[in-house]
Design a protein around this ligand. Structure first.
Ligand SMILES: *[C@@H]1O[C@H](CO)[C@@H](O)[C@H](O)[C@H]1NC(C)=O
Ligand SMILES: *[C@@H]1O[C@H](CO)[C@@H](O)[C@H](O)[C@H]1NC(C)=O
Ligand SMILES: *[C@@H]1O[C@H](CO)[C@@H](O)[C@H](O)[C@H]1NC(C)=O
Ligand SMILES: *[C@@H]1O[C@H](CO)[C@@H](O)[C@H](O)[C@H]1NC(C)=O
Ligand SMILES: *[C@@H]1O[C@H](CO)[C@@H](O)[C@H](O)[C@H]1NC(C)=O
Ligand SMILES: *[C@@H]1O[C@H](CO)[C@@H](O)[C@H](O)[C@H]1NC(C)=O
Ligand SMILES: *[C@@H]1O[C@H](CO)[C@@H](O)[C@H](O)[C@H]1NC(C)=O
Ligand SMILES: *[C@@H]1O[C@H](CO)[C@@H](O)[C@H](O)[C@H]1NC(C)=O
Length: 493
């Protein structure tokens, strides 16, 4: 069924609506933005992208109004600074529900309330009021007869688990045990879900090179090199699954089971400061694309293969008013003016090796600043091991330009990128390439992804030439791998 849909090449973000098999991908809408678009503009962006699930960090009245009758499901947050009040007073909780939730029903389809955000790790002093706040909110819903429609939970950082590898031995920080126990008991009693903010970006960057970036970006690892949990023998192909599985095992260690996990934040920044080189468009596009595939594939994690992991991408807009390093302001898929930072709006999968007809309007070209020696290497790699179809840049062919290395490299880079992007290939080439929306096609030289009707010339079967994993990445991986395994073993024992 899934494959059938993909074969028909439906635009990927269209999947952001509830998926046939049950799992969904939604998006966070943070509003620390100096030029915040109007609520109605935000809703039209969501609708244009076919996004069906959103998370609001607070009960923004204009957004809640604008989301009415849109078919979009809404998770509403209780901000951390309102937690104390609600956790200490049953009537404050009831007030909050009346003003911020009940007032918008049934027009606005509110289905979850997220009480606080990363309370246990970011404001440990307020930890004791977390579960009482959840209980008061739930009682208020019960009194209003809304408890079946709206579930209550609270998102946690992965830092509630001090040591998440191997996942099978993960436990919650023991100083949090009694609160965690109450929290899980509450979820169990009310049929709610554990909320997890899973950000491989932070774990990857904090680990300072211990992990290969492929592991963080869901790029295929060579099967021989997958990362094994020595106790369960589950093999992990990506960091996201490791984080989620660590939570399942930590829950199990407190003797709870059957509690689903919702990932309330996951994403990758598209730009950052000089010392944040992994925050770039290429990685952000790869992470979010692969995350969407992973979640909608509905295959769960190694330990819970049948449990869907509904996930909210972090986030819709870049938030220029957020504090912290430059990357903190650049997690958005869109600029606040509505222009896409990068295009997540493409058809999904390389099917049977043919070029994805998606990524329409997005091109991978040589950087102007790249030097010719590096471009030559990139070109050779793309046309050789990379499997790009370079026939159009041969002498006598439409894209042949004997004196413009940048132009021919661009053709090869773009062809490689369009063939492999859906399976994790990226536009990087040792940092000599960049994504653009300016179509470099000219005359009869048509680039993959061009809207000119002649794009059929650049399609066609490529069964002999679409590696799902680029050699550049495998090499990088195998050198880091031994170190990784040794370190992991060191940590386990
Ligand atoms: C709200 O969302 C829930 C959960 O997906 C769905 O069952 C329900 O039909 C929706 N309600 C409306 C009014 O759209
Ligand atoms: C566990 O949590 C406590 C309280 O928040 C914190 O002080 C401590 O550093 C944490 N321990 C670990 C190993 O993360
Ligand atoms: C979980 O259950 C096992 C077996 O009943 C018991 O030995 C263990 O102490 C329990 N652990 C916790 C944290 O309650
Ligand atoms: C990056 O540089 C900024 C400003 O120079 C500094 O505040 C920050 O801590 C640095 N981040 C890392 C990860 O080194
Ligand atoms: C879905 O996941 C399974 C298990 O990880 C994998 O074998 C399969 O190829 C994936 N399917 C798609 C369409 O990505
Ligand atoms: C939107 O903002 C971005 C970043 O500031 C800018 O690059 C882009 O040109 C803007 N788009 C429009 C249509 O103004
Ligand atoms: C498309 O291809 C035809 C021949 O196949 C050519 O005559 C025409 O100029 C091409 N159009 C463009 C926009 O390149
Ligand atoms: C390579 O591209 C050329 C022209 O664009 C096309 O005729 C040929 O069929 C392609 N080859 C493969 C293997 O896709």
């Amino acid at each position: 069924m899934l494959l059938g849909i993909w074969k028909r090449g439906i635009v990927l973000l269209a999947f952001l609506l509830s998926h046939a098999l049950g799992s969904f991908v939604g998006i966070n809408i943070g509003t620390d933005i100096s030029n915040l678009p109007s609520a109605s503009t935000i809703v039209s962006i969501l609708q244009a992208q076919k996004i069906k699930h959103v998370r609001l960090f607070e009960a923004d009245h204009q957004l809640l109004t604008a989301l009415a009758n849109t078919g979009i499901e809404v998770m509403v947050g209780v901000p951390n600074d309102q937690l104390l009040q609600i956790g200490e007073s049953r009537s404050a909780a009831a007030d909050w529900i009346n003003k911020n939730i009940a007032a918008y029903l049934p027009g606005t389809n509110i289905t979850y309330i997220a009480v606080g955000n990363e309370v246990l790790t970011s404001i440990p002093n307020a930890a004791v009021v977390l579960v009482p706040a959840m209980q008061f909110i739930h009682s208020a819903l019960l009194a209003a007869n809304l408890d079946f429609q709206i579930h209550v939970s609270s998102p946690h950082s992965v830092n509630v688990i001090p040591q998440s590898f191997p996942p099978s031995t993960a436990t919650f920080n023991s100083t949090l045990n009694s609160i965690m126990y109450q929290y899980l008991q509450f979820l169990k009693n009310t049929g709610s879900s554990f909320m997890l903010n899973a950000q491989p970006y932070y774990s990857y960057t904090k680990a300072n090179g211990i992990y290969p970036i492929e592991y963080a970006l869901f790029r295929s690892l060579n099967p021989d090199n997958q990362i094994l949990d020595p106790n369960t023998l589950f093999s992990y192909t990506n960091m996201f699954d490791t984080m989620v599985d660590a939570v399942y095992f930590a829950i199990q260690a407190l003797n709870f089971s059957g509690i689903p996990i919702i990932v309330t934040q996951s994403g990758w920044p598209s730009s950052g400061g000089d010392n944040e080189t992994d925050a770039n468009v290429d990685n952000a596009l790869a992470y979010n694309t692969n995350l969407i595939h992973h979640v909608l594939n509905n295959s769960g994690t190694p330990s819970q293969p049948k449990m869907p992991i509904n996930t909210y991408i972090y986030e819709l807009f870049n938030e220029d008013l957020r504090a912290g390093p430059l990357s903190e302001k650049n997690w958005g898929v869109f600029f606040p003016n509505g222009t896409a930072v990068y295009s997540l709006n493409f058809e999904s999968v390389v099917d049977g090796g043919t070029i994805s007809s998606g990524l329409s309007g997005v091109f991978c070209v040589a950087k102007l600043s790249a030097n010719s020696q590096n471009l030559k290497q990139g070109l050779d790699w793309a046309c050789g091991p990379g499997g790009a179809n370079c026939s159009s840049i041969q002498p006598g062919q439409p894209c042949y330009e004997s004196d413009d290395l940048s132009a021919v490299a661009s053709y090869a880079y773009n062809d490689y990128y369009h063939r492999t992007q859906a399976s994790g290939g990226t536009c990087n080439f040792d940092n000599t390439a960049v994504i653009t929306t300016n179509d470099p096609s000219h005359g009869l030289c048509i680039f993959a992804g061009s809207s000119t009707t002649n794009s059929s010339a650049s399609k066609g079967p490529a069964s002999d030439s679409s590696p799902s994993v680029g050699v550049e990445r495998l090499q990088a991986f195998s050198s880091g791998y031994l170190v990784l395994v040794l370190l992991l073993l060191f940590f386990c024992w």
